[in-house]
Write a protein that binds this ligand. Structure first.
Ligand SMILES: *[C@@H]1O[C@H](CO)[C@@H](O)[C@H](O)[C@H]1NC(C)=O
Ligand SMILES: *[C@@H]1O[C@H](CO)[C@@H](O)[C@H](O)[C@H]1NC(C)=O
Ligand SMILES: *[C@@H]1O[C@H](CO)[C@@H](O)[C@H](O)[C@H]1NC(C)=O
Ligand SMILES: CC(=O)N[C@H]1CO[C@H](CO)[C@@H](O)[C@@H]1O
Length: 297
């Protein structure tokens, strides 16, 4: 009896809640198509995202037309890698998986909305804000004279930081007032590192194209001698987009409830077993009379 009451409370509160992420949209309907969806931030203000769904995981891209705060931590479940897409001047869209170089196998990337805690500030942060920040090495690791860079499509692209300059980032600017960039933009400091993520990206079939509103002005900065580029340096590119990854694993998939118990998932790792009469325990593994399961985390 207890189990049934708990379950209906969970379902009711779920049905009332707004979608806060592509993951919520997937949970509401696991056969959702790729495309543009409206989700709500924590102040219940709505904005648009592009959801790319795969089996049990996906990527979320934020619209650059977003005028409300983005609660970006709601949009991803892993910082091990991101996807970066770009759109070429001829309309072709391409993508690459980006992560830290293999010198730093345990180092997650930094993913922020309008801040860069622990990472270097971007040149146009104040001018073209808000922005999405993709940090590779935090200042504490970037301010050394050692190999740095990024990994794209499973290849390391390295440079040696020549002067401990702690910049190691990609930034995607919403730039709502279409302002011109400032700083190094007209004269500094192209390098092959500024292009490798573009040249190794895989072209997408046009059926997978995202609308233009998901492609941002961007700035890249590495080192100490790694390079600096703004989108205006790349005549053949019309914009880039940051895709953050969420996992949608169902803890009930492995059949954790024993002796004919029914499994209900609560989130990615927690599930609840409803036990048949005569069994009890978190996985209905014990003989007993209550018919109650437990919540496992
Ligand atoms: C959440 O997304 C699903 C799938 O698109 C949709 O059917 C549902 O109406 C959305 N919920 C709310 C509260 O907007
Ligand atoms: C949040 O906004 C949605 C529409 O986007 C609305 O249906 C819902 O009632 C709102 N929820 C709260 C708690 O205000
Ligand atoms: C969504 O798009 C990706 C490519 O970006 C594709 O691999 C995937 O199969 C698509 N998902 C659906 C549900 O069509
Ligand atoms: C957190 C984490 O492990 N991040 C990635 C950093 O980059 C390496 C490859 O160079 C990946 O293996 C890691 O998954």
């Amino acid at each position: 009896m207890n189990a049934v009451v708990i379950l209906s409370i969970v379902l009711l509160s779920y049905a009332d809640a707004a979608n806060h992420s592509c993951k919520d949209i997937y949970l509401a309907n696991p056969s959702s198509a790729n495309g543009t969806y409206t989700i709500n931030n924590r102040k219940n203000q709505s904005y648009k995202v592009y959801c790319e769904f795969h089996n049990n995981f996906g990527y979320t891209y934020v619209s650059k037309n977003t005028g409300v705060e983005v609660n970006i931590n709601d949009l991803f479940t892993t910082k091990a890698h991101v996807k970066v897409r770009h759109v070429k001047a001829n309309g072709v869209q391409a993508e690459t998986i980006m992560e830290n170089i293999s010198n730093y196998p345990k180092q997650p990337v930094g993913i922020f909305y309008n801040q860069h805690t622990g990472y270097a500030a971007s040149v146009n942060a104040a001018n073209l804000a808000p922005y999405l920040y993709l940090g590779f090495l935090p200042i504490s690791l970037a301010n050394h004279v050692n190999p740095q860079g990024y990994r794209a499509s499973s290849q390391d692209f390295r440079f040696t930081n020549c002067d401990r300059n702690p910049n190691s980032y990609f930034v995607f600017y919403f730039n709502p007032n279409h302002k011109a960039p400032t700083g190094y933009v007209n004269h500094c400091c192209e390098s092959s590192l500024m292009h490798s993520w573009i040249t190794v990206a895989q072209n997408l079939p046009s059926a997978y194209n995202m609308p233009d509103e998901f492609y941002f002005d961007y700035e890249l900065h590495f080192g100490g001698c790694g390079g600096y580029a703004f989108i205006h340096h790349h005549n053949d590119i019309n914009g880039a987009a940051l895709g953050v990854r969420f996992e949608q694993t169902d803890p009930c998939q492995s059949g954790p409830c024993q002796n004919g118990g029914s499994c209900y998932s609560e989130d990615e790792t927690d599930f609840f077993c409803e036990c048949p009469v005569g069994y009890e325990g978190d996985s209905c593994q014990l003989k007993g009379n209550t018919g109650n399961g437990g919540i496992i985390g």
